[in-house]
Design a protein around this ligand. Sequence first.
Ligand code: HEM
Ligand code: HEM
Length: 125
Amino acid sequence: MNISRSFILVGAAFLIIGVSFGIFMGGSGDHTFAPLHAHINLLGFTLMTVFGVLYRVFPETGLSNLARLHFWLHLGGTTLLLVMLFLFFSERITPEAMFPLAPIAEVLVMAGILTYAYNILTNLK
Ligand code: HEM
Ligand code: HEM
């Protein structure tokens, strides 16, 4: 599994979804989904693409098992968080119903970021 490629491909998929929400908001005039749109594009596309490019530019970090762990933590956490935000902003669930899955998703994203930080600290030449 090529981590750099995986991050960049998944990032492109998030960009398609994120920009679709942006176009929907622009067209409808309903900006309710703005925070969701922002985080699909930022957590999903921007961050994933930055990670993908970094793991390509510094291959010694991309080859580490830490990069693989980072990918799954970030993908799992981001997807779960964005699904919860979609359910919340479309009023399918109450704010109370965000617990415990949304906090768990945030912990997963943070665990991925800490894994990334530890990886570059130990493996970046
Ligand atoms: C065709 C592409 C896009 C369209 C039509 C679009 C449209 C929109 C709209 C209508 C809003 C709401 C503005 C408001 O309520 O004040 C918005 C907010 C935002 N968009 Fe986009 N957008 C696009 C692409 C992107 C991309 C590629 C990114 C990031 C990489 C991005 C990041 C943001 C951010 C950070 C906000 C602010 C959200 C907030 O303040 O809560 N957008 N966009
Ligand atoms: C687990 C990760 C994250 C969580 C839980 C989170 C949470 C939040 C929250 C609660 C808000 C305020 C939303 C509102 O006022 O309606 C926000 C806004 C925002 N976040 Fe995040 N965020 C995360 C990651 C990120 C990342 C990685 C970026 C950029 C790469 C980012 C960029 C932004 C921007 C641009 C805004 C809008 C600020 C504004 O409209 O004034 N966030 N975030």
